[in-house]
Each structure stands twice: as structure tokens, then as C-alpha cells.
Design a protein around this ligand. Structure first.
Ligand SMILES: [Zn+2]
Length: 489
């Protein structure tokens, strides 16, 4: 890559360009890779990449949270800058990949970081001394899938070669090497087609990530911010740590009611569709529900005490948590942000419809009713802990009921799903009513609120609108859309 010659216009068709763009205002802007194409031949004649200069920020925040780097009397380590730059390097390759005509391949992260055209989540691990290693955060160079895709798209065959046969041979070899191409995450269905996931199995990785997250939260300290920074800015670094698992939740949820598939063509030998094995679906369910236990959602009391209301000049932003407590940091609302992602993933209407369908086709498949039964057993019907963890449990109970009522009321959900949701709500109502009289005050209050929600729903299911939840801060490493512009020349 070279600097553009003095006086050259970035629009000049003779130059392929990477524009480095500072955008004011939106700290989560996309980067793009696009091409100008001769419509007569399909030939790409110019590539244009736009890289948002603020992309560093999210990785820098992630690294600050993971490394807790600002130790008194010690120099600031260079690992944060190294990690942020590694991401920009990877992103540059990704966008240039788009200019060359490559689509995303969201399964490639499960094949040893097989493509720069995936959305990568940083790879890190806990070291024996309790610190986090981010030295392998992002892959260097292009991946094995990229090499195959370019080989297929750009091979110059010697004169006289049967080109169709040559391409067919490349394709056969690519498939034989175990590459799968899933260019989008459509329908949140495919267990390995995920954005910002890591590792070969999304469920296993969710469990691993939750352990690292717990360790980081338990050790989160003022070392997360530089000397002299307002204490309130601990929250900006805390947000990506608290939500460290958000994309892995989305990824693991795809195993529940999930379908492996390929975009097979006739005769290519790829596995066309295959339901996820029942045991793996339950393993996904367990991993997901482990993200909404009071223990998983709780922050250390010592940390909560360290976050004061925002000072002048440092207002709340899209990068901080919303809350119900006025200007003070609200740890229950922070938990709502995280737990709502999981509950919504499990009770997604399309997932529910597939659970019903797959169970109808194969009795070994989990089915929707057993999934909800188990959810309710682990939420509403579980013993209510005391104190802060009890409040977190009440929060998750309410989120579960809200999502269930929403499913029962959703006009676009499958009617079988709506019916089974109604059955679960009716059963829960009965259970709540039976336990009301003997419940101690905190539990009774929660049961009364749940019953009131159910009554509100029963009054007119078609008009049922649950209370809106708190806003979720935007995700850590922001996206680049599949953006290929087909310009005419
Ligand atoms: Zn992209």
C-alpha cells in the first residue's frame, strides 16, 4: 500500500484507494469496501475502501477492561495500542476483500480463523498468574478460505485450458478441505455462522468466555482508567466487560432449534440440512441460562461503590448503561441489559417455531414446551435468594414472563408458538396464585407484579405491550455491512 501521489484525486479511476475518514458525532460508524465494476464484463476496475478512524476506540476499551493496565507507578503497557492496531490491520484486509468481490463468510471463525471476511472477536485467555493474554487478539494475514476464494475468482488458466473444469477442480478441493461458505447470519439459525464469535464451538466458547468475564469483573479496579480520570468513567470500560459475552450468547443460541445447512448446489456432495443433535441443544440451553443467574449478573459490591454519578463534561452516552435510579449507577439495570439479550435469544419467535416443528418431525428434538418449562423452573420457580442477588433473580423472572407474554401476543409468531406460550403462562399463573399467600414480602411483591402483568395481557392480548426495557449500549467491535456497490461505467 502507498500514499496517494501528491495532487491525485481519490476518485481517479486509476487508483484503488483506502480512505481514512474521521467522522464527528457517531462513534460507531461503519467501514466499507466497494468496487466500481464494468457492467459489460463484470470486471472490477477500481476498489474503494472507507475506514472509520474511530474503530480503534472499541478495541482500546476492550483491552483496557481486560488488562486493567493503569497501575500506579508503572508505565502504560503498549498492548492496548498493539491490539487496536491489529484490529485495524484485519479490518483493512476485510474491506479490501470486499473490493475484490468477496462476501462475508461467517462460519470461517470456526475453521481456525479461516477468513478475514468474518467479523472477528478478539482472542484472549487467562494466564496462570490471573492476567489476561491479548497477544493473539487478532489473526495476522489472510486466511485459508480467502486463499481458496481468490484462487477460484482470479485464477489465470493457461491458454487452451477447459476453464469450467479447472474451476470445478478448485471448488472440489475447497470443499474437500472442509470449507463452508455461509455469507450471512440470516435467521439466526446456523450454529457456526456467527458474527464476532470465537473458537470452534459456540456453546463451549460461551462457557469459556463467561469464566473470563467473571474473572475480569471480580478483578475490575481503578487500574481500568488512567490517573486523574473521573471515577465515573470506569463505567465506559465496564460496559464492554459486562457485556463481553453478548455476541457469544447470540452464537450459542443458534444451537437451540438450530439447523446446520450449506448453500449446496446439486451434486456437490455438501451436507444440505441437518438438525442440531438434541444433547447439543440442551447444552446450549444450559450455557445460555448460566448467563442469567444472579451470580453471573452480579457485580462486586466494592466496584459498584466506586462508580459515582457523572461529573459535568462527562455526560452519560450511548456507551454507558441506562438506568432507573436517576443519576446514580444502576447495577440492576445493567443486569437487565445483559439478561434481556439472553432471554430474547432463547424466546425468539422463529426459534420457538423451529423448536415446535423439529419436535413434531423428530420426537427426540427438545420442543418448545420443555424448553419453557425448564426456563420457568430456573427462574420463577427457583428459590429467591436474599439481597442483591434476589433483586437480580426478580429481574430475570420478570424478563422471562415479559418475553413469554410477548410471544403469546405476537401477531407474526406461529400460532402453535402462541398457543404453547399461552399454556405456559396459564400454568405459571396457577403456580403463582398457589404460592402467593405463603410467600414472604419480597417474593409476594414479585408474584403480585407477575400476576398483574398476566391480567393485563389477558384483558386484551392483542393490545398487550410490555414495559419497554432499558437501552442496550452498542456492541464492542462495530460492524461493516456487506456493502458492495455495483456502479455502472
Ligand atoms: Zn464486511
Amino acid at each position: 500500500m502507498k500514499e496517494l501521489p501528491e495532487g491525485a484525486d481519490p476518485m481517479d479511476i486509476r487508483y484503488n484507494v483506502v480512505n481514512w475518514v474521521d467522522r464527528a458525532g457517531n462513534p460507531r460508524a461503519f467501514s466499507y469496501g466497494s468496487s466500481y465494476i464494468d457492467p459489460r464484463t463484470g470486471e472490477i476496475i477500481k476498489g474503494v475502501v472507507t475506514l472509520g478512524s474511530d474503530r480503534h476506540r472499541q478495541d482500546y476499551l476492550l483491552a483496557e477492561g481486560l488488562l486493567q493496565p493503569y497501575k500506579p507507578g508503572q508505565p502504560v503497557p503498549t498492548a492496548m495500542a498493539t491490539m487496536a492496531l491489529a484490529r485495524v490491520r484485519q479490518l483493512s484486509a476485510h474491506e479490501i476483500g470486499h473490493t475484490l468481490g468477496l462476501y462475508h463468510n461467517f462460519t470461517s471463525s470456526t475453521k481456525d480463523r479461516g477468513s478475514v471476511m468474518d467479523y472477528p472477536f478478539p482472542r484472549f485467555s487467562l494466564k496462570a498468574d490471573g492476567t489476561v493474554d491479548v497477544s493473539q487478539a487478532y489473526a495476522t494475514g489472510i486466511g485459508s478460505w480467502d486463499k481458496r476464494a481468490i484462487l477460484w475468482g482470479y485464477q489465470d488458466f493457461p491458454k487452451g485450458t477447459d476453464e469450467a473444469a479447472g474451476l470445478e477442480k478448485i471448488m472440489k478441493e475447497t470443499l474437500a478441505q472442509g470449507h463452508i461458505f455461509i455469507p450471512d447470519i440470516g435467521g439466526y439459525v446456523h450454529p457456526t455462522a456467527n458474527q464476532w464469535d470465537e473458537g470452534t464451538n459456540a456453546v463451549t466458547q460461551l462457557n469459556t468466555l463467561m469464566n473470563v468475564r467473571r474473572h475480569v469483573l471480580d478483578n475490575f479496579s481503578t487500574n481500568a482508567i488512567p490517573a486523574g480520570a473521573p471515577m465515573a468513567t470506569l463505567e465506559e470500560v465496564l460496559v464492554p466487560m459486562y457485556l463481553l459475552h453478548r455476541y457469544q450468547v447470540e452464537a450459542a443460541a443458534k444451537s437451540l432449534g438450530g439447523l446446520y445447512f450449506t448453500h449446496a448446489v446439486k451434486g456437490d456432495g455438501q451436507v444440505i440440512t441437518r438438525m442440531v443433535a438434541p444433547a447439543e441443544q440442551w447444552r446450549a440451553f444450559d450455557a445460555l441460562m448460566a448467563t442469567v443467574t444472579p451470580t453471573a449478573l452480579a457485580l462486586p459490591e466494592a466496584l459498584i461503590k466506586q462508580i459515582p454519578p457523572r461529573p459535568s463534561g462527562f455526560p452519560s452516552s450511548m456507551e454507558t448503561f441506562s438506568g432507573h435510579t436517576g443519576p446514580t449507577f444502576d447495577p440492576i439495570a445493567a443486569a437487565e441489559t445483559a439478561a434481556a439479550l439472553t432471554i430474547a435469544s432463547v424466546l425468539n419467535p422463529e426459534r420457538a417455531a423451529r423448536l415446535v416443528e423439529y419436535h413434531a418431525r423428530d420426537a427426540q428434538q427438545p420442543g418448545f414446551l420443555p424448553v419453557v418449562d425448564k426456563m420457568l423452573a430456573q427462574t420463577w420457580k427457583a428459590p429467591l435468594p436474599a439481597g442483591y442477588k434476589g433483586e437480580l433473580q426478580v429481574l430475570v423472572n420478570n424478563l422471562t414472563l415479559k418475553s413469554l407474554l410477548q410471544l403469546a401476543a405476537a401477531p407474526d409468531a406461529a400460532e402453535s408458538v402462541r398457543g404453547e406460550s399461552l399454556l405456559e403462562v396459564a400454568g405459571l399463573k396457577q403456580w403463582m396464585t398457589a404460592h402467593l399467600a405463603a410467600a414472604p414480602p419480597r417474593h409476594k411483591a414479585s408474584l403480585l407484579f407477575g400476576l398483574a402483568q398476566i391480567r393485563k395481557f389477558e384483558d386484551d392480548p392483542n393490545k398487550f405491550v410490555p414495559n419497554p426495557g432499558v437501552d442496550t449500549p452498542p456492541g464492542p467491535p462495530s460492524a461493516c455491512p456487506a456493502w458492495i456497490s455495483w456502479a455502472t461505467t
